[in-house]
Design a protein around this ligand. Structure first.
Ligand code: MBD
Ligand code: FE
Length: 303
């Protein structure tokens, strides 16, 4: 079928509207349907393929994995790159690079000032201390900033989604001290892999791709007057460091992991060997006319 015939059908469909509806939704849906009609035509998609795709999406939705398929197909990283571009065009620079939130944040984690311990004391794995400051792009410390941190355990699993872990295990919210400093004690995470029996895995298999992420730690960093930062740091040396199925690794987000022991652990109540990461977060001041980085999406919330 030629484009003209397809366009005539699309026009007929849109013209069947009897009231305005929501103009933005209408524009987006019309565009997506047009692109899909063209795809079906150009790739000669057969009816059984169309229904298989529809059924796949239905099953993926039922299983709760659409939030995993989005980063896996690169959508979440693409949204980051578009925010980067908007900021660059506005002349905003100097902040810590953003990278994707992913689907595993849980709101409501315990809050403390200055320091937190993320594990409950019987977590297997290597002890980790991470510390640093929250700064403005001018280098001035930001006291009272909120550092929300969450990461996987030694098996690559996240509390809440993994019911075997205590509530808010490896999830905390830390207010920076007046001098902008924060620190936390935890256990070095390992990389996440998509559920082996899930719809994401099925899709990645058929694309000839893997579903692994390098070991990483997630952050939201926010403070009044600054753009909210959504980012992650990666643990150096991970075999998937630059081969993330979600494309989230970025230059500037792979700090050195130092091996420490003895007196160095004293301030964090750590005895023996531990891994130490020093990392400062740099926020940029809020500015009118830029797309918000306070992204609205449905998130888990626990009490
Ligand atoms: C994760 O831990 C994650 O960060 C992303 C983006 C996707 C799946 C699991
Ligand atoms: Fe993650």
């Amino acid at each position: 079928m030629d484009r003209k015939t397809i366009d005539a059908l699309l026009n007929k469909i849109d013209a069947s509207a009897t009231h305005e509806g929501d103009a933005r939704t209408r524009a987006i849906v019309n565009r997506v349907v047009r692109d899909l009609f063209y795809t079906i035509e150009d790739l000669d998609v057969q009816p059984d393929e169309f229904w298989a795709a529809l059924n796949f999406l239905a099953e993926a939705g039922k299983s709760g994995e659409l939030g995993l398929i989005a980063p896996g197909l690169g959508f979440e990283h693409f949204l980051d790159l578009r925010l980067d571009e908007a900021e660059q065009k506005a002349g905003l620079a100097g902040g810590t690079p953003r990278t994707i939130e992913g689907p595993l944040y849980v709101a409501g984690a315990p809050e403390s000032v200055g320091h937190a311990r993320l594990d409950n004391g019987d977590e297997p794995g290597e002890t980790l201390v991470m510390r640093g400051r929250v700064l403005g792009e001018d280098g001035a410390p930001v006291g009272g900033a909120l550092v929300e941190v969450w990461h996987a355990n030694h098996l690559g699993n996240y509390s809440y989604f993994d019911a075997s872990q205590p509530a808010f295990n490896l999830r905390r919210s830390i207010r920076t001290n007046a001098d902008g400093t924060y620190s936390f004690r935890s256990v070095v995470p390992i990389g996440y892999s998509v559920p082996p029996e899930g719809k994401t895995k099925q899709l990645l298999d058929s694309l000839g791709r893997h579903g692994h992420r390098p070991a990483h730690i997630h952050f939201f960093v926010s403070a009044p007057g600054f753009r909210k930062l959504t980012t992650q740091i990666n643990i150096e040396g991970d075999p998937y460091l630059w081969d993330d199925f979600a494309f989230a690794t970025r230059e500037g987000l792979v700090p050195a992991v130092k091996k420490e022991e003895g007196a160095a652990g004293k301030p964090y109540d750590v005895s023996g060997q531990f891994a130490l990461i020093d990392f400062d977060f740099t926020l940029v001041h809020d500015r009118q006319g830029l797309p918000s980085t306070e992204v609205e999406r449905v998130r888990a919330e626990a009490a």
